[in-house]
Design a protein around this ligand. Structure first.
Ligand SMILES: NC(=O)c1ccc[n+]([C@@H]2O[C@H](COP(=O)([O-])OP(=O)(O)OC[C@H]3O[C@@H](n4cnc5c(N)ncnc54)[C@H](OP(=O)(O)O)[C@@H]3O)[C@@H](O)[C@H]2O)c1
Length: 367
């Protein structure tokens, strides 16, 4: 397997000295990579018919992988896809499904992960989970390869993929944190409907079509209000704190990934009527005085980032179907001490989910 042959990604172990700041990996979830050898189906995708699963299938086949097993719900049994001149058929999920699989990607709900990840682990698979099921487990590393990829050196058997908005936000903030020392940040997200899966995408398409033909927007199911020509400041469930579960992910996952257990974060998550790629407006306060040129240089030098200078600005459309995140609108924040304001756009189905998982598998998968 080649590492980065088709993608604008370079794996970097960026923080070798900071391993001690992260929670220890439970020894019970580690095993020698030798068990990855001699497995005839190298990869499995659970949730292969969904938006994230389909992106993963494309990434793996583009990388030349031929041994991939697919599973989804019972409703998709036997469904097939023609990719790379080959038919890929959805199988039934069972313990046998994981036999001979080296790396299992979980791209379904957290309930599916809670039920099936333990079974896959028992079968000896390395599991990469896109759901929120295991992100907070102290023994499970939550990894963005460009930030805390050093955690993969321990060859954990279960790795959690971070929340998509958090991941894209941290891609922009981490190089600045290294340069100036992050103290706290505020984030307002502009999240695409595909972040809510196939149903979210369908709901926007249906409502736009209905409105274009002169009908009122159709009833809403995927979102808490009509999404066409609207903006909904409510993603996830409301917590006692008044924040939503999606907003709390930004706080807790940022702390875990950056190894900053007391980091203060305030987020407002907003769903907007675009199909793909999330954007985040960030205002961040740092320990050190900000030099705008140094900030830009730090971002330009960071893997997975493209910096746009004015009058160019990153937009979700421009960064859709791309693995890099676009950063722009960099300016000294006028309300904060040592503050910077910036904007980042990134494809949440790729860097925010499937591509990050693919990067993890490149480090963990069969060689
Ligand atoms: N969408 C994003 O931008 C994004 C970003 C980061 C993380 N994630 C996470 O990634 C996961 C997948 O998201 P998605 O957007 O791809 O969702 P999706 O488009 O709604 O797809 C869900 C997938 O789960 C499968 N599934 C449903 N019930 C199942 C069951 N009982 N057993 C096995 N498979 C089952 C579905 O199969 P059927 O087709 O048979 O129903 C489908 O393949 C979620 O945990 C989500 O939170 C999503």
């Amino acid at each position: 397997m080649t590492h980065s042959s088709h993608f604008d990604f370079v794996f970097q172990d960026t923080r070798p000295d900071e391993r001690a700041q992260h929670e220890p990996t439970d020894l019970s979830t580690k095993r020698t990579p030798l068990t990855l050898l001699h497995r005839s189906s190298n990869y499995a995708i659970v949730g292969a018919t969904g938006l994230v699963g389909q992106e993963l299938l494309k990434l793996l086949t583009k990388d030349g992988q031929n041994n991939i097993r697919l599973a989804a719900s019972e409703a998709s049994l036997g469904q097939s896809y023609l990719l790379n001149g080959r038919q890929w058929v959805v199988e039934r999920l069972s313990a046998d499904f994981f036999k001979d699989v080296a790396v299992a990607f979980f791209c379904a709900s957290k309930y599916v992960s809670l039920e099936w990840v333990p079974i896959a682990l028992e079968c000896g698979c390395t599991c990469i989970d896109n759901s929120s099921a295991y992100r907070h487990a102290p023994s499970v590393p939550l990894v963005i390869p460009e930030i805390n990829g050093h955690l993969l050196r321990d060859q954990p058997q279960l790795i959690a993929n971070p929340n998509c908005s958090t991941l894209i936000t941290l891609m922009a903030l981490y190089p600045l944190h290294k340069a100036f020392g992050l103290k706290r940040f505020w984030a307002s997200t502009y999240q695409a409907v595909s972040g809510a899966g196939r149903l979210g995408l369908q709901e926007l398409d249906d409502q736009v079509q209905a409105a274009a033909s002169g009908h009122s927007p159709l009833p809403h199911q995927a979102f808490s209000a009509p999404i066409a020509f609207n903006a909904i400041p409510s993603i996830g469930d409301f917590c006692h704190s008044g924040y939503t579960t999606e907003e709390e992910k930004m706080l807790h996952e940022s702390r875990k990934i950056l190894g900053l257990s007391t980091l203060r974060v305030s987020t407002t998550c907003v769903r907007i009527p675009i199909r793909r790629a999330h954007s985040i407006a960030i205002s961040a306060e740092f320990e050190q005085l900000i030099d705008l040129d140094v900030a830009k240089e730090a971002l330009r030098a960071a893997p997975g980032i493209e910096v746009l200078d004015l009058p160019k600005v990153p937009t979700p459309l421009a960064f859709s179907s791309r693995t890099k995140c676009g950063v722009g609108r960099l300016r000294i924040d006028s309300a904060l001490e040592n503050g910077l304001s910036l904007w980042v756009s990134g494809d949440q189905l790729l860097k925010g989910a499937a591509f990050n998982a693919f990067q993890l598998s490149q480090k963990m998968g069969p060689k």
